[in-house]
Design a protein around this ligand. Structure first.
Ligand code: MN
Length: 167
């Protein structure tokens, strides 16, 4: 079953979040960043890879500052339909709180084909070009090598014409 963990964490009669129906398949893969005011505020960074939204929780706002490394904790895959989700997850549900779309757009791998993205997830290194309203240009997602922190990645803006050092 696809998205098993996503389903197990949720009761779809009690949350407005989308119930997954099928794998997605956009012509050009999409990314979305959702500002999630749950127990602690964080930014959910999601990339369409392999028909689902691979997801990371980023504790602080993503930045174009190439000197800043943002911690990004990998969380459960979300259905592609989640890209449009905004709303309130009621108290008592997983992730209770408000969700709003902070940024959205398409992305491509920095080199190679979109089929190489799944390999990047396995090897722990993704280099991507984002085309959002706020996030633009090359970013790297790199997994920590320490096995104890296997879900911990770093999200870093690469230096290019979109990178800034003042924010
Ligand atoms: Mn979240």
């Amino acid at each position: 079953m696809i998205l098993k963990t996503y389903r197990e964490k949720r009761n779809f009669s009690r949350t407005p979040e989308p119930q997954p129906n099928r794998l997605g398949n956009s012509k050009v893969p999409i990314f979305v960043v959702q500002k999630h005011k749950a127990t602690t505020l964080h930014f959910d960074f999601r990339l369409e890879i392999g028909g689902v939204l691979k997801s990371w929780a980023v504790p602080k706002e993503p930045t174009l500052n190439s000197k800043i490394k943002r911690l990004a904790i990998m969380t459960e895959d979300h259905p592609l339909e989640y890209q449009n989700f905004e709303g309130i997850i009621p108290e008592g549900n997983y992730g209770a709180g408000s969700v709003e779309i902070w940024d959205k757009g398409n992305f491509l791998p920095f080199s190679g084909s979109i089929n190489d993205l799944e390999l990047g997830l396995k090897t722990g290194h993704l280099s991507i070009i984002l085309n959002g309203r706020k996030l633009k240009g090359e970013f790297a997602l790199t997994r920590f090598k320490n096995a104890k922190t296997k879900n911990a990645w770093l999200l870093i803006k690469a230096e290019d014409e979109y990178s800034k050092i003042d924010r």
